[in-house]
Design a protein around this ligand. Structure first.
Ligand SMILES: [Zn+2]
Length: 297
């Protein structure tokens, strides 16, 4: 998601945001929640940060096919047809002396509950050694700072791909956050591990340097897909539909289709930041598209 924080900080459109909020759209706070699970020898924790409700207005989902087609799909699954409800989740991995947080949620200024969810799992922010970023939209990097704009994970190195960091620095709306995190940022190229058992995988199209993360322990694997897919219903059933938050829609569609096909074939575990909390499960082939099979091992 890209619009959230941009919309929240845009004073000129504040009234429009408030009107949408009154209709139940936009970001909303959730109760602190953490789900601990194991992947091989590793301990992982899914963390609930927020909820985000996108109106079915052909600006976010089904941009190329229109709202009625999206409504038909939602109705066929017994869901409200005027909106698509997303979760905002982050993932924490404890590996070989490192405590690695993948994405940081919206942040306390934008209804983010990540810190409370970490606390509920007994994890203090100063024990986090690395914050690893899938991409720099506000719902993934907003929680890098606290309500005062200070680093929320004071001892952590912040890691992201080199093209993503270049892109973030070019965004005027991110200037304050860039200034706060610059001393801590280390960039990487995909393909080499950035911590024991955690390897960035380029998932092109959503943003200029969007990354997934493959987490491996023994024969067990999990892919954090970042924003490869936003809705566990729409993005999986119709991976070729244009998504308004993708910066390169054509590339994003191709990546979504090929990656979902690979995940369905391999049967590996998946973590999705925007699927219903805890965002852990498997992708299964279903007709021309895919289905989400939620489940924590
Ligand atoms: Zn997102």
């Amino acid at each position: 998601m890209r619009a959230i924080v941009l919309a929240l900080v845009g004073i000129g459109i504040g009234l429009a945001v408030n009107a949408r909020a009154a209709e139940g759209f936009g970001p909303a706070a959730v109760a602190a929640e953490a789900r601990v699970f194991r992947l091989g020898k590793l301990e992982l924790v899914a963390l609930h940060d927020a909820q985000f409700v996108a109106p079915n207005d052909a600006k976010v989902f089904g941009v190329d096919v229109g709202a009625p087609a999206v409504a038909d799909l939602l109705k066929s699954r017994g869901l409200a047809d005027d909106r698509v409800t997303l979760s905002v989740n982050a993932l924490l991995v404890k590996t070989a002396g490192r405590v690695v947080l993948l994405d940081s949620g919206l942040g306390p200024k934008a209804h983010g509950s990540l810190q409370a969810s970490l606390q509920s799992a007994g994890i203090a922010p100063e024990t986090v050694t690395d914050v690893v970023i899938t991409h720099t939209h506000g719902d993934h990097v907003g929680g890098l700072v606290d309500a005062d704009g200070k680093l929320a994970f004071p001892k952590a190195t912040i890691r992201m791909s080199a093209p993503e960091w270049e892109w973030m620095k070019s965004q005027p709306t991110a200037a304050e956050l860039v200034k706060a995190i610059t001393p801590r940022v280390i960039t990487f190229a995909p393909g080499k591990p950035i911590a024991p058992g955690i390897t960035p995988v380029a998932l092109d199209g959503h943003t200029p340097g969007h990354m997934g993360y493959e987490i491996v322990s023994g024969k067990q694997r999990l892919l954090d897909i970042g924003d490869l897919a936003h809705s566990s219903v729409v993005s999986l059933a119709k991976p070729a539909w244009t998504m308004g938050f993708d910066s390169d829609a054509v590339k994003a569609k191709a990546t979504r289709q090929s990656t979902l096909a690979r995940l369905a074939a391999s049967g590996e575990l998946v973590f999705a930041p925007h699927f219903p909390f805890p965002g852990v499960g498997h992708v299964a082939a279903a007709g021309a598209g895919f289905d989400w099979k939620p489940g924590v091992p």
